[in-house]
Design a protein around this ligand. Structure first.
Ligand code: SF4
Length: 230
């Protein structure tokens, strides 16, 4: 078994299925629009702050794409300020809502239609990358978790684990890192989704930016003999 598959197995055995994308304010799994809002808001902030922002959007009756499209940017910034920087995030959310209205009639179903096919997924991805504030990580998270697209999300947690274990080139371009993981995992969307969620969890619980807490980490058995690389 390849090291990457083994890493997946160890994480899955230790943590079990992560059930992503979690609904922010209810139990269960988020719907496609909430996934998109969450993916835009979570950039450079914690999920806890996103949960507060989404709860505020819901209490203000502003969680729909029509409400976000219509609301003044300053008012939106005020509602989502917990997921700061508020003006930046408000501009991004409004840009996403406008894109959805202009390109897909305001329908997440239309945006996600057919993305289980990789060719269609890549077309929609390139549309999304044209939206203000949507980078590859956000686009892939939306398409993978909301639409079941065969895309792999790359983030700082993943690069950190790669670097500390000496797996591939953790500094490579986004698409190269994604290809590294896709090539080594089963060609299966559920595994892509689960692997990302599991690596986020290990990043939060053990593989901190400031220090690797390797003792008790599910990936400890896969470290180089000399310990984590820096
Ligand atoms: S905490 Fe240590 S064992 Fe766990 S992923 Fe990071 S470097 Fe690997």
């Amino acid at each position: 078994m390849s090291t990457i598959r083994l890493a997946y197995r160890l994480l899955h055995d230790a943590y079990g299925p992560q059930g992503w994308w979690p609904a922010a304010t209810r139990s269960g799994v988020a719907d496609a629009w909430e996934i998109a809002v969450g993916a835009v808001l979570v950039q450079h902030t914690s999920w806890k702050n996103v949960v507060r922002a989404i709860a505020n959007l819901e209490s203000a009756g502003a969680m729909s794409f029509t409400a976000i499209d219509a609301i003044e940017p300053e008012a939106l910034a005020q509602i989502i300020r917990s997921a700061g920087p508020p003006n930046v995030k408000a501009k991004r959310l409004k840009a996403f809502a406008r894109f959805l209205v202009e390109s897909h009639g305001g329908s997440m179903d239309a945006l996600l239609d057919g993305v289980v096919d990789r060719k269609i997924a890549l077309e929609r991805r390139s549309q999304l990358l044209g939206v203000h504030g949507v980078g590859p990580e956000t686009a892939d998270a939306i398409l993978l978790y909301a639409g079941g697209a065969p895309l792999f999300v790359v983030d700082a947690y993943k690069r950190r684990v790669m670097r500390r274990h000496g797996w591939g080139d953790s500094t490579a371009k986004y698409d190269e890192v994604a290809a590294f993981w896709r090539k080594r995992l089963p060609n299966d969307v559920k595994t892509y989704a689960e692997t990302h969620a599991l690596l986020v969890r290990v990043g939060i619980e053990h593989c901190h930016a400031s220090r690797a807490k390797c003792e008790g980490c599910p990936l400890q058995a896969l470290l180089p003999n000399s310990g984590p690389l820096e």
